[in-house]
Design a protein around this ligand. Structure first.
Ligand code: PMP
Ligand code: GLN
Length: 379
């Protein structure tokens, strides 16, 4: 067949989770919790199913959920989004990102991304005939080079896709980064798509710099989040996008024919669950404990841990352990050591390999302890 994505294979997350399962390895590769969400959330879903909330909700999402999202974003970021015209519930962040690109990128448009880049961005851009412009973030700091970004902007630049806290590097952008982004996109017509799925997982008392905190950026941004990350329900595939009315109108033109809308009882249940803000506000401390547990247990190993400032990921260099490229090393770890991880080269178009692997610490302490016991045995 004449493939639209000739260079794309199966995503690394599927590949590594499958291998982990085949080998009976502890799966610290694909990012998802190995613990369950609270019973209350399931009770709310059952409640709404029995109450008859089982038919199509409004195209943009259940009003109560959009109201809860508006309240949360305003409380945290100070920007008020209109419930009717500026918030849309999506089938996870993946659909929100894909739909945003499909709605706004024309053939020949350039879209700037920061590499290592989450693996769904480039295919979404290429399917629309857009050109991916990659800004390299380099180990061990992975800081954006704003002078290089300025030099990469052309009259064809249509969009910049950002992601803080960042998967896979676990870096977090500062207020200064956001000011640089605002300055570079001022008076340009460039749209920012801000992937903030890890917005509530920022460590050490640092504040998440949402585009919604920066009025100038908010005015030209579609901001994407995901309930999967926030409430430990990655398999439910529910997220949302907020943005100014004109951008959201374009987003919805595609959304209505892409998925039309998202499953009703789950949206109602999430609206109920969001009423208690401690559930998202407590997430940073919850995951900081796991990060610290994992890092402490790994301190005895010969892995060199990079900083983890947000997300539920930890990068590790393995220079003292092996000369293998990262993909081969991850396969070895999974098959021979019994712990699966993600090779960071999978986030680079050219397979750039700093010999760094990504571990997911969204796991019970028992799981982490057992994995670290295996990883520290490696010499
Ligand atoms: N963006 C990033 C940076 C992610 O890490 C993920 C999930 N791993 C997604 C988007 C997709 O989120 P969802 O599962 O809600 O589609
Ligand atoms: N975002 C998750 C990760 O980085 C994976 C999601 C997926 O498998 N598509 O591990």
């Amino acid at each position: 067949v004449a493939s639209r994505l000739p260079k794309v294979g199966t995503t690394i997350f599927t590949v590594m989770s499958r291998l982990a399962q085949e080998c009976g390895a502890i799966n610290l590769s694909q990012g998802y919790p190995d613990f369950n969400a609270e019973d209350l959330l399931f009770e709310r879903v059952a409640h709404w199913m029995r109450a008859g909330a089982n038919q199509y909700p409004p195209m943009a999402g259940v009003p109560a959920l959009r109201e809860a999202i508006a309240r949360k974003v305003e409380a945290l970021c100070g920007t008020a989004y209109d419930v009717d015209s500026e918030i849309t519930v999506t089938a996870g962040a993946t659909q929100a990102l894909f739909t945003a690109v499909a709605a706004l990128v024309h053939p020949g448009d350039e879209v700037i991304v920061f590499e290592p880049v989450y693996d769904s961005y480039a295919p979404a851009i290429e399917l629309q005939g857009g050109t991916v412009v990659r800004m390299r973030l380099s180990a061990p700091d992975y800081r954006p080079d704003w002078a290089a970004v300025a030099a990469a902007i052309t009259p064809r630049t249509r969009m910049i896709m950002i992601n803080s806290p960042h998967n896979p590097t676990a870096t977090v952008w500062s207020a200064d980064d956001m000011a640089q982004l605002a300055a570079l996109t001022r008076d340009t017509g460039i749209v920012v798509v801000s992937d903030e799925v890890y917005e509530h997982i920022v460590f050490d008392g640092v504040r998440h710099e949402s585009c919604a905190r920066h009025p100038e950026l908010a005015a030209r941004s579609l901001i994407v989040s995901s309930f999967g990350k926030t409430y430990h329900i990655t398999g439910w595939k529910v997220g949302y996008v907020v943005g100014p009315r004109e951008l959201m109108a374009e987003f919805r033109k595609v959304h209505q024919f892409n998925v039309f809308t998202v499953n009703t009882p789950v949206q109602h249940a999430l609206a109920d669950y969001m009423a208690d803000a401690s559930r998202h506000l407590g997430l940073a401390a919850f995951y900081q404990d796991k990060r610290d547990f994992f890092r402490n247990a790994m301190a005895a190993s010969r892995f060199e841990l990079l900083p983890s400032r947000g997300t539920y990921f930890q990068l590790a260099r393995y220079h003292a352990l092996s000369d293998l490229p990262d993909t081969a090393f991850c396969e070895y770890l999974t098959r021979e050591v019994g712990v699966a991880a993600i090779p960071v080269s999978a986030f680079f178009a050219d397979g750039h390999d700093d010999r760094v692997v990504r571990f997911c610490f969204a796991k019970n302490e028992d799981t982490l302890a057992q994995a670290c016991e295996r990883l520290t045995r490696l010499t």
